[in-house]
Design a binder for this molecule. Structure first.
Ligand SMILES: Cc1ncc(C[n+]2csc(CCOP(=O)(O)OP(=O)(O)O)c2C)c(N)n1
Length: 528
């Protein structure tokens, strides 16, 4: 058995048989031996490849593999790797390196000092010292990526390793290695939070993406109901942790320090499960909490805990903690909360308001629909109005890097054909990984891509108003033929001209077995 065979055996033993990638000469010696039970999903650019692997890993709840070309391919992927890291997504990023005997010469396509290239963005970065170590390095990489807190890892693999003899005696052990379980909050620490919650007069809950990742919806809903907790979603979330039509749901926290603090006004206790504290974005100074408000949190990420600027932080699985609290805490006896009504959307036209667009999409979705949301200026409206009824139904770029939404949707769809994915994209965001459309077309991955035209970077215009930095260049996106681009990549599209047309087109897309793109007509910032 050679190193290549052993490498595939280790992947197989972990159930990893899909490889997302974009190949080059350094990777050919691995890929030319691709076994029949593996599938290779070709992306035309590496940012798209890693976005697909990220969506695939999130929807399966399992590690995913991506194979990139040397340093240049890795570099192209690094924008989306920021999102993968922020989202705690277990992606094993591999790249080929030049032959070992040529790397000292810095021969063409040498990934010089490969492990350092992505070091700040991954949990573990490595190049095996010997060819025979590659299967062990892969096994380590998979277990590192998966162990809590999960996250991406990087492995550089020299091209002359694959035909070497493998260490067959070690392979049996490698294939049966298992890491099971994730740390939970000790009972004593959780008991202190239970007492604090029981004593609170007016507590509020903040739920974060890791509640969705770790199957924590049920516990979060039960705890919220028994204590009548209003529930906010943590700022800039990557996944939806709570049903958005539940009476206790109160939308998403904003991105500024004073904005977040203002939502806690009147609450003596904030309890956060599975979110960083907080994903602040907008630069505005202020106090993190109102006077008299205390914050407790549960996270499985020690780094997230250590950098939280305030709070009493418990380390352990947040979904397990919220479930254990829901199982053991007595009801507070407070009256149940009532659902907050949604303001009526303006549908009078001629331009569509973002509320009306979201409502029209809502009217077409089913419980089976999954959203990948990268339409930046309407994020808050999405959190207010999209009807999310079950776990694993809404995802967005975790680290704020555009270019995740389109390929992320493809990965989500490929991972679970029993559900249907709608990507909600801005006409700026769609371009960062647009070549993913080709993969959707060629592999027949039936995502419904919705692109909202406004021919501008609207979120940035709003930001420049907020920051009192007017007149920045580069905000306008005229002259774009998005249906033309879709056609060039092999995806059929239509431009909708009314809200009822939009609902009908989304329904059509959801019932088709082909990918499709819906362009929503022009709406400028001055229109709203
Ligand atoms: C990789 C990357 N580059 C640039 C940005 C900065 N950025 C944030 S929002 C935005 C505008 C997005 O425009 P569009 O998708 O058209 O949505 P709109 O804001 O118009 O709703 C840009 C360029 C980013 N977040 N990520």
């Amino acid at each position: 058995m050679n190193v290549r065979d052993a490498f595939y055996e280790v992947l197989r033993s972990h159930g990893i048989t899909t490889i997302f990638g974009n190949p080059g000469s350094n990777e050919l010696p691995l890929l030319s031996g691709l076994p029949d039970d593996f599938r290779y999903v070709l992306a035309l650019q590496e940012g798209a490849a890693i976005g697909m692997a990220d969506g695939f890993a999130q929807a399966t709840g399992r590690p995913a593999l991506v194979n990139l070309h040397a340093a240049a391919g890795t570099g192209n992927a690094m924008g989306n790797l920021v999102n993968t890291q922020a989202g705690h997504v277990p992606v094993i990023v591999t790249s080929g390196n030049q032959a070992r005997k040529y790397t000292e010469l810095k021969a063409y396509l040498t990934n010089v000092d490969a492990p350092r290239l992505v070091e700040p963005l991954v949990k573990w970065s490595h190049e095996p010292a010997r060819a025979q170590d590659a299967p062990q390095s892969l096994s380590n990489a998979i277990l590192q990526a998966t162990a809590a807190p999960s996250g991406p890892v990087y492995l550089s693999l020299p091209l002359d390793d694959w035909d070497q003899d493998a260490d067959a005696s070690a392979l049996g052990h490698l294939k049966s290695r298992v890491i099971d379980g994730s740390p939970v909050v000790p009972e004593e620490a959780l008991g202190a939070l239970r007492e604090r919650l029981a004593a609170a007069k007016n507590p509020v809950m903040v739920a974060g993406p890791d509640i969705d990742t770790r199957a924590g919806w049920d516990g979060a809903v039960r705890l919220a109901e028994s204590l009548s907790l209003p529930v906010l979603v943590g700022s800039s979330p990557a996944r939806c942790p709570f049903p958005t039509r539940h009476p206790n749901y109160r939308g998403v926290l904003p991105g500024s320090i004073p904005g977040v603090a203002s939502h806690f006004e009147g609450h003596d206790l904030v309890v956060v499960f599975g979110a960083p504290i907080f994903m602040y974005h907008e630069f505005a100074d202020g106090d993190y909490l109102p006077a008299g408000t205390e914050l407790w949190a549960v996270t499985s990420d020690p780094d997230e805990a250590a950098r939280a600027p305030v709070g009493h932080i418990l380390i352990g699985d947040p979904a397990e903690a919220v479930k254990r609290l829901a199982d053991t805490i007595p009801s507070a006896g407070r009256p149940p909360l009532a659902r907050q009504p949604l303001p009526q959307a303006d549908t009078t036209g001629p331009a569509f308001t973002e509320e009306a667009i979201v409502d029209a999409v809502n009217a077409a979705k089913t419980d089976n629909t999954v959203f990948a949301h990268e339409w930046t200026s309407t994020m808050v409206t999405g959190w207010d109005r999209l009807e999310i009824t079950r776990p694993g139904s809404m995802y967005m770029s975790a680290g704020g890097g555009l270019g995740w939404g389109l390929p992320g949707a493809i990965g989500l769809q490929l991972a679970d054909p029993s559900r249907r994915v709608v990507a909600l994209l801005g006409d700026g965001a769609v371009h960062y990984s647009i070549s993913g459309l080709w993969t959707a077309a060629q592999y027949n991955i039936p995502v419904v891509f919705i692109v909202a035209r406004n021919s501008e970077y609207r979120a940035l215009k709003e930001f420049s108003r907020f920051m009192h930095d007017p007149d920045a260049p580069g905000m306008e996106l005229p002259g774009m033929d998005i249906p033309g681009v879709a056609a060039a990549y092999g995806v059929q599209s239509e431009t909708v001209k009314s809200l009822s047309d939009l609902t009908r087109a989304v329904k059509d897309g959801l019932s088709s077995d082909r990918p499709s793109l819906i362009e929503i007509g022009e709406r400028r910032i001055a229109d709203s």
